[in-house]
Ligand binder design. Structure first.
Ligand code: NDP
Length: 242
């Protein structure tokens, strides 16, 4: 039987590329959607690979518990978890509201606990598992107008390092992937003049591609990456060198 890979946020730009890559690699791929079901089913039909979809608000622990029950009943235990769902609500600190703050912390950081808590303990019991948490270059270096997002994404790697230690002897690896600016809707939503300034600061002179992030995830979840755990893999075109 093929291993089961759960990718949260697979309907988004990076998540979709990860789902496709893992499906091409031979995993049974499951993802979550947050948008209305009709929209998500239409998205699913358009894909040229097999993907099973479930509704889930990753900021809700109860939703994640329901997700676990449904996935295990329909597809089986999860071997690989990629925590990819995320949002931005950018505002300078002067203008940021408690709602901006908590939406980003809940969706980008609480979610990592909410989803991982459903699946990682059983991975450890079964003696095998892979977890990849998608952070961001802005969690490594901070970003003007993103105190909420930078805090959440920095927190993601703290979680990775702690959990990696707890499950290292159980055959489970836990790593962070910190992408730089990738050409998805999240980045295309940045005003063009601001985006051009960002690209000008990337040494390779372009945005990254979702497929480039997917290739790194593909390696991190492979058997060849068994000795890599607690790492934060930077993929940012040389924008930030940690
Ligand atoms: P997108 O906006 O394209 O996709 C975001 C995904 O997250 C969508 O599938 C969306 O679902 C899902 N999502 C949002 N809120 C929730 C929620 N509450 N519950 C469940 N799912 C939710 O973003 P990207 O593909 O660009 O980003 C993916 C990840 O990579 C994020 O964690 C982001 O922070 C990170 N990242 C992105 C970078 C970039 O340059 N694009 C750079 C660095 C990191 P739906 O569509 O159904 O609403």
């Amino acid at each position: 039987m093929s291993k089961v890979a759960l990718v949260t946020g697979g309907t988004g730009g990076i998540g979709n590329a990860i789902c496709k890559r893992l499906a091409d690699d031979g995993y049974r791929v499951v993802t979550t959607y947050f948008e209305p079901e009709e929209q998500a089913r239409a998205w699913q039909k358009k894909q040229d690979y097999e993907v099973t979809i479930y509704p889930c608000d990753v900021s809700s622990y109860d939703d994640c518990a329901k997700l676990k029950q449904a996935v295990e009943a329909d597809v089986g235990p999860v071997d690989i978890l990629v925590n990819c769902a995320g949002i931005t609500r950018d505002a300078t600190f002067k203008k940021i509201t408690p709602a901006h703050w908590s939406a980003v912390i809940k969706t980008n950081l609480d979610s990592i606990f909410n989803v991982s808590h459903q699946f990682v303990n059983q991975m450890a019991e079964r003696g095998y598992g892979r977890v990849v948490n998608i952070s961001s270059v802005n969690g490594q270096k901070g970003q003007f107008g993103q105190s909420n997002y930078s805090a959440a994404k920095a927190g993601v790697h703290g979680f990775t390092m702690a959990l990696a230690q707890e499950v290292a002897r159980k055959g489970v690896t836990v790593n962070t992937l910190s992408p730089g600016y990738i050409g998805t809707e999240m980045v295309m939503a940045i005003p063009e003049d601001v985006r051009n300034k960002i690209v000008a600061q990337i040494p390779v002179g372009r945005l990254g591609k979702p497929e480039e992030m997917a290739a790194i995830v593909s390696f991190l979840v492979s058997d060849d990456a068994a000795f890599i755990t607690g790492a934060d893999i930077s993929a940012n075109g040389g924008q930030y060198m940690s």
